[in-house]
Design a binder for this molecule. Structure first.
Ligand code: CA
Length: 368
């Protein structure tokens, strides 16, 4: 075969392939329509790790669909205020939001179970519950009543217990303490005499500096560092027992979800799961050096005393008793989480706990 006839034959083969592609195109176009969606985040861009989870999810979807399924992310306040993100999805103002379900607990405490409740599951456990313990189905059964389909999309891991202007040694030290503390946890600390305050991120520092409030919890070292709390409230307590593994969700308007082609539903579910793992890994990467910098800058690390933790645990269980007695929807989800938690902590004390404890001792003695 001379070179010329080879090129001609290759050209013909190429033309044949092109014709086949043209013939197949209509079927492909039907399953990959051009769609542009908006996702409203509950978070400002300054909280780059949490806000970034929505960007990660959106970029996977965009790239895997060759740009046909284009999800555009908007920061809190650009379309609706951060705490109204899920309402905007229910109303159909936007197709999606990225939010913490517990922000909406005032409408029904069942919302809180999608993110974190005091002394609930840790990050690893809540994912096991979501994906394999029936959690996603139970939460969606609830979310569907709100016109929403939701997928886990991020986790901060156990948060810190916040910044305090004075030491908290006993339960009495909590009495009258004016504390910025988010949502559902506020209802529980109220039982111990804390006066919970709802204050947006940017207003916390001046309130602590002036002494308008005595304490504030935010997230963990990486995010807290940006707000500079150590300068005005140096006692940095742990753990944040009200947020042992708070999960974020990508929430989709239910009608819009049902209209999506199956391949786009699969894409969005996979992209949310990828962003879910990526956000946790990102915090695990960023928090250790941030904690070192905070301590170098004057933060005084303090564990909550056993007495304080036990009083808070008891107040939490009392609250759950009150809610489950009157809210069967909450009870159904809460009971499922509680059953899961019992065995999860049985296994964890055999596996991770013994391994991690040994390794932490090595870390403390400088052997790692
Ligand atoms: Ca928090």
């Amino acid at each position: 075969m001379d070179r010329r006839s080879f090129i001609t034959k290759a050209g013909l083969a190429g033309a044949g392939a092109a014709a086949a592609t043209t013939l197949a195109a209509p079927a492909i176009a039907q399953s990959s329509p051009k769609i542009t969606w908006r996702v409203t985040s509950s978070f400002p861009k300054a909280l780059d790790t949490i806000y970034g989870a929505a960007e990660t999810m959106a970029s996977y979807v965009r790239e895997a669909s060759d740009g046909n399924f284009d999800i555009q992310v908007f920061a809190a306040g650009e379309i609706v205020p951060g705490l109204q993100a899920a309402d905007a999805v229910t109303a159909g103002t936007v197709e999606m939001c990225h939010t913490a379900s517990y922000y909406y607990w005032g409408k029904d405490p069942s919302w809180a179970l999608g993110t974190a409740v005091p002394f609930g599951l840790n990050a690893r456990q809540i994912n096991a519950w979501f994906y394999f313990g029936g959690g996603n189905d139970l939460m969606n059964e609830f979310y569907n009543t709100q016109g929403i389909h939701a997928m886990p999309c991020g986790n901060t891991g156990a948060q810190m217990g916040g910044w305090y202007r004075k030491e908290i040694n006993t339960v009495d030290d909590l009495k009258g303490l004016k504390m910025r503390i988010g949502g559902f946890a506020g209802k529980i600390v109220e039982k111990l005499g804390v006066v919970p305050q709802q204050i947006a991120g940017g207003d916390i520092y001046p309130a602590l500096e002036k002494g308008t409030i005595d304490a504030a919890e935010w997230v963990g070292p990486y995010d807290d560092e940006k707000l500079g709390f150590q300068k005005v409230a140096p006692y940095y307590y742990y753990p944040g027992w009200w947020e042992g593994g708070p999960a974020l969700h990508a929430m989709v308007n239910l009608a819009k979800w049902n209209e999506l082609p199956k391949n786009y539903q699969a894409l969005l579910s996979a992209a949310s799961a990828a962003a879910n793992g990526s956000m946790m890994a990102s915090y695990d990467h960023k928090n250790p050096p941030a904690l070192r910098r905070l301590v170098a800058g004057g933060a005084q690390l303090k564990p909550f005393s056993q007495q304080v933790l036990e009083a808070c645990f008891n107040a939490s269980m009392e609250t759950y008793g009150e809610i489950t007695a009157s809210n069967p929807g909450f009870k159904k989800i809460f009971d499922s989480q509680s059953e899961f938690k019992k065995d999860a902590y049985l296994w964890a004390q055999i596996s991770e706990y013994t391994y991690d404890t040994f390794m932490m001792i090595q870390q403390r003695s400088g052997k790692l």
